[in-house]
Design a binder for this molecule. Sequence first.
Ligand SMILES: [Zn+2]
Length: 369
Amino acid sequence: MNKFIERVEEIAQTRAPLEYACALFKSKALSVLGYVAQICKPPKALKVTELRAANKILRLATNSFTTNCVYQLDAFHGPKLERPVVFLHSCMIRAAAKTLAGFSQQHLALQEKVIDSLPLAHLFPGSAKPEGWDSEAFCSNLHYAYLGVHSSETFPNARTPICSLIRDFQLGRVKGGFQAKVSMLLKTLIPNEFPRLFRRRFETLEIDCGDSQLLVMPVRGSPLELKHLLPPLPHSTPMCLLRTWSNGWCTSNRMHEPKALPCIFGCEADDDLCHYLKCEVLWTCVYSCFKCNTSIFMQSIPERACVHNVNMSNIARLYCAYSSYHALRKLHTDLILDAISSEDFEHVVEELLSLIILFGADTNRGVAF
Ligand SMILES: [Zn+2]
């Protein structure tokens, strides 16, 4: 695992575009685990490592998403990151069904030896682990992988479909790559935690999501509005929505910076997303640059956050607000600190207007948007 973690760090340091970073993750980081995964079970604390790796690769604020969610962002047309636990299980199932043979006989022989030599009081049904061994023998791992037992410990109800897929493969009924089919099957068994996660985040952000359909079901396979809006856009736009819905703007409060800032546009409020969805300075600049008529100034927070009334105009405005805020924080730190100490935010607002116009031009051209 150490080599995997090192590779993840290296990829994160490249600051590569998200799609490319995900491809590097698959080819340079995940691949180092493949050989051992054929015969060894995934490590116990893998879920925590998976979450840290995803946050680094996708440059997300800590705890924006759960592990199950962060590897399913493609459901919202976000970047597609291969899930390590799926890869590791699929490697062993492929090895058991396709590459290696004789492990079940070895497992049964080992089990008999263990039973013969073990005091009855220590006997655990099905175990072939001699006393003093840290883990099961490789042959036992493969035997249980073949029976779908190992994967069912992580993926609920995996046993029957895995056994049936292996049977179909052996009867020559599986077309295409067997391991890819196993991966696809395991992914379908991962629960969808988005509705619960977004509801929790929305409480923090004071967004009333009501019965918003898009949060009940993600985009893929559902007849919802986002399904038609997001696919033509590059990943940066869905990521802007996902970072907003998950309270993932990199504000000084959210990132637990040593010195928490006030609103960087001069309001008497905290530097956090809950405020920026309401910030009159920010949204007045956004609406003005988009030449909106006055009625739009009455937009609700769920509409600004693209939770209700999701349409291209609302997505474009949120994209500009999000991108301008982050550009200011990243590129104009001194300007912001000077404004806070002098209580004069004129130059920050001037810069904000130029950035919104710049990002807005991208949305009009349909290039970066
Ligand atoms: Zn403000």
